[in-house]
Design a protein around this ligand. Structure first.
Ligand SMILES: [Zn+2]
Length: 261
C-alpha cells in the first residue's frame, strides 16, 4: 500500500484544513473545508481533484466549503450522523462511534469525542503512513490544548481526552487550529514542572517565531506534554490543589483556567 500524503492548508485566521492524498489511487479527501478559496488554491496549484469531503463537526469554520466542493466536483460527504440536522449539505455517509470506513482508500475508524460539540467525531487511520497512523482530531485536541467545551460536559470532554490518549504514541495528530502558541503560554503559567511540557513550549515558540506551523504533532509528545491528557496524574492535580483520583475536577479547573486566560 502506498503511504499517504497529508497536506496542510492554512485557512481563515488560524484554521488548518487537511487533505489526505493517496498517490496510487489518486483519491483525495478534503477534511473540514471551512474556506473554499484556500482549498481551491491548493487544488489548482497541485493539479489535484478532490474525491470526498470529511467533516469532524458542524461548526461553520469546518464545513463552509462543503456546498461549493460538492457542486463543483459531485463528491460525497462523510460527517457525523448526529450532526445531520446541523449540516445543511446532504451527508452521503453518516458515521457514528465504532464505524469502520475508508478515507482516500485508507482504513479509518470513527471515534466519538463529545465535548466541543455533542456530535464531534475523530477519524483514526491506523496504517496510512505504513508503520504509523494519523488521527484527524478536528477541534477535540490541539497541541498543548483541547477544544472549548461548548456542548458537552467537562466529564464528556475528559473521556474524549482518554479516547485520544488510547491511540498509539506514534500517531500523528491533524488538529483543526494553530492555537499552539497561546496554549504554550497558558501551560507555562501553570508552573507544572513537567520537562516534556517545557520542551514542547520552547519548540512551539521557536517554530512560531519563524512563522512555521507546529502541526501535525505526535501523540507521544502530547501524552507527555499536554496537560489536558494528564488530568489523572498527581503532578498536574497538585498544580490545582486537587486529587488525581478526581480527574474530572482537575480537567474542569484546567479548562476553565484556559477559558479565562
Ligand atoms: Zn469547532
Amino acid at each position: 500500500m502506498t503511504v499517504a500524503e497529508c497536506i496542510r492548508v492554512p485557512a481563515l485566521s488560524d484554521n488548518y484544513i487537511w487533505m489526505l492524498h493517496n498517490p496510487s489511487s489518486k483519491e483525495l479527501a478534503v477534511i473540514d473545508p471551512g474556506d473554499i478559496d484556500a482549498v481551491m488554491a491548493v487544488l489548482e496549484h497541485r493539479g489535484l481533484e478532490p474525491t470526498e469531503i470529511i467533516n469532524t463537526h458542524h461548526h461553520a469554520d469546518h464545513i463552509a466549503g462543503n456546498t461549493e466542493l460538492m457542486k463543483r466536483y459531485g463528491i460525497p460527504l462523510t460527517a457525523p450522523a448526529s450532526d445531520e440536522s446541523r449540516i445543511s449539505d446532504p451527508i452521503t455517509t453518516p458515521v457514528s462511534h465504532g464505524d469502520h470506513i475508508t478515507i482516500a482508500g485508507y482504513n479509518a475508524k470513527v471515534i466519538a469525542t463529545p465535548g466541543h460539540t455533542m456530535g464531534h467525531v475523530i477519524f483514526y487511520l491506523e496504517d496510512c503512513f505504513g508503520d504509523h497512523g494519523l488521527a484527524i482530531v478536528g477541534d477535540t485536541l490541539f497541541s498543548l490544548g483541547c477544544g472549548r467545551v461548548f456542548e458537552g460536559t467537562m466529564e464528556d470532554m475528559w473521556h474524549s481526552m482518554l479516547a485520544v490518549r488510547d491511540l498509539p504514541d506514534t500517531t500523528m495528530l491533524a488538529c483543526g487550529h494553530e492555537y499552539s502558541a497561546s496554549n504554550a503560554r497558558y501551560v507555562e503559567s501553570l508552573n507544572w514542572g513537567r520537562d516534556a511540557a517545557d520542551a514542547r513550549c520552547a519548540e512551539i515558540h521557536r517554530l512560531r517565531a519563524e512563522d512555521k506551523p507546529t502541526l501535525p504533532t505526535l501523540l507521544g509528545t502530547e501524552k507527555a506534554a499536554n496537560p489536558f491528557l494528564n488530568c489523572d496524574q498527581p503532578d498536574l492535580a497538585r498544580v490545582f490543589g486537587l486529587d488525581e483520583s478526581d480527574p474530572v475536577a482537575v480537567f474542569t479547573a484546567l479548562r476553565q483556567g484556559k477559558d479565562n486566560f
